[in-house]
Design a protein around this ligand. Structure first.
Ligand SMILES: [Zn+2]
Ligand SMILES: [Zn+2]
Length: 394
């Protein structure tokens, strides 16, 4: 017997309060990348209660649980990230962070609670699954990246993962809705550091110096010109200089060095391959013009996150079926980065936005803000969405 949408919705409703409770418990104990010890212990405790077998300590603090279906040929991986941010929360509710300088301001507490909720229901309904479901609680999404270390430790095997699914809370989408799009949904967040070495000296005699600030100024402007040249609506390119560090606080000293750092965000593979060279060409030209030297470091970070076209279509259809067509929107491609991209590089995958905003309740603050909140009514929508896709994947 299949599970009707009504039956599934009723099951989710039954645990909705519990999911909110779990999210609040996790919200109180935010932990940084690869330090999610208490979080992992909490996840393990919940999985023990449900009775799902799992493995702890994958990529240090990650947890992987497995629900096996009889004679299944396919395995759906569902991923929740679980790390928090190094910032202070504006404490104004009873479940505010108890860890100084740590906050769940990106909603990864919600992602974890939603996946635990889905775990409970899918375990109860495992006789109805046509695929295995691998539940991945991933450390370190913010910056460092826990997805790749988990893959390197073998999470894509035993059983072999054939598709991947994840969500992210989003306050610019209204609670009750979800939004997704095929193809590129999150950009690559590559990083660069540049140090220009000039020749310091007395500011009264600039002709005897090589002022690295002049060199860096020209480079910053040329970077933004390059971004303007490459950027297209259908192929966005962002180059942001985010820091300038230059020398002295005195009015009469020209510094020896100047540094800049920043990020490049884009989707296009060809441009991604070319851009470090294009940027260095600018740097070389400006440095030569002034006779300065430079040290240049360009780092490729997470790949762009690409939603599989066919799977996006299918997930949209399933979510429309269970949430109502008008609740399933199309989102824009974001210039943010997301290490779920490592999974979708290997298997077809879908990443969707879970609407958590509610203007009437004043919940419209962006991710990473110190008073970040979500409308917790969205949590059950997330559970429902994960369960529906898992139950239909074959
Ligand atoms: Zn974040
Ligand atoms: Zn996040």
């Amino acid at each position: 017997m299949g599970i009707s949408n009504e039956m599934l919705a009723a099951k989710v409703e039954e645990i909705a309060e519990h999911v909110i409770h779990m999210r609040r418990a996790l919200h109180r104990i935010p932990e940084l990348a690869f330090c999610e010890e208490k979080t992992a212990a909490y996840i393990a405790e919940q999985l023990d209660k449900i009775g799902i077998p799992y493995q702890k300590g994958v990529a240090k603090t990650g947890v992987v649980a497995l629900i096996e279906a009889k004679n299944a040929e396919k395995t759906l991986l569902i991923r929740a990230d679980m790390d928090a941010l190094p910032m202070d929360e504006k404490k104004d509710c009873e479940f505010s962070s108890i860890h100084a300088g740590r906050m769940h301001a990106c909603g990864h507490d919600a992602h974890t609670a939603v996946l635990l909720g889905a775990a409970e229901i899918l375990w109860q309904l495992k006789e109805h699954l046509s695929c295995n479901v691998k539940l991945l609680f991933q450390p370190a999404e913010e910056g460092v990246g826990g997805a790749l270390p988990m893959i390197e430790e073998g999470v894509m095997e035993n059983p072999t993962v054939t598709a991947a699914l994840a969500l992210h809370v989003m306050n610019d989408a209204k609670v009750g809705t979800v939004a997704l799009k095929p193809d590129g949904i999150m950009a690559c967040p590559d990083e660069f550091d540049l140090k220009v070495i000039g020749k310091g000296g007395h500011a009264a005699y600039p002709e005897l110096c090589i002022n690295p600030i002049s060199v860096v100024s020209e480079i910053v402007l040329a970077f933004s010109e390059l971004a303007n040249k490459l950027n297209r609506p259908e192929r966005p390119v962002v180059i942001s200089v985010c820091g300038v560090q230059a020398g002295t606080t005195a009015h009469n000293i020209i510094p020896e060095t100047a540094q800049i750092l920043g990020t490049v965000r884009l989707y296009d593979k060809t441009i991604r391959a070319e851009i470090p060279g294009l940027l260095e060409e600018i740097i070389r030209e400006k440095a030569e013009k002034y006779g300065a030297r430079y040290e240049w470091d360009y780092r490729l970070m997470y790949p762009p996150l690409i939603n599989d076209e066919a799977m996006t279509k299918e997930v949209s259809r399933l979510l429309s079926e269970i949430l109502g067509e008008e609740q399933v929107g199309v989102c824009k491609a974001s210039m943010g980065g997301e290490d779920f991209a490592y999974f979708t590089e290997r298997v077809p995958g879908v990443y969707f936005n879970l609407g958590t905003g509610n203007a009437e309740k004043g919940i419209d603050m962006p991710l990473h803000s110190p008073d970040f909140k979500i409308d917790e009514d969205a949590l059950k929508i997330g559970v429902l969405a994960f369960c529906k896709v898992a139950l239909e994947y074959k």
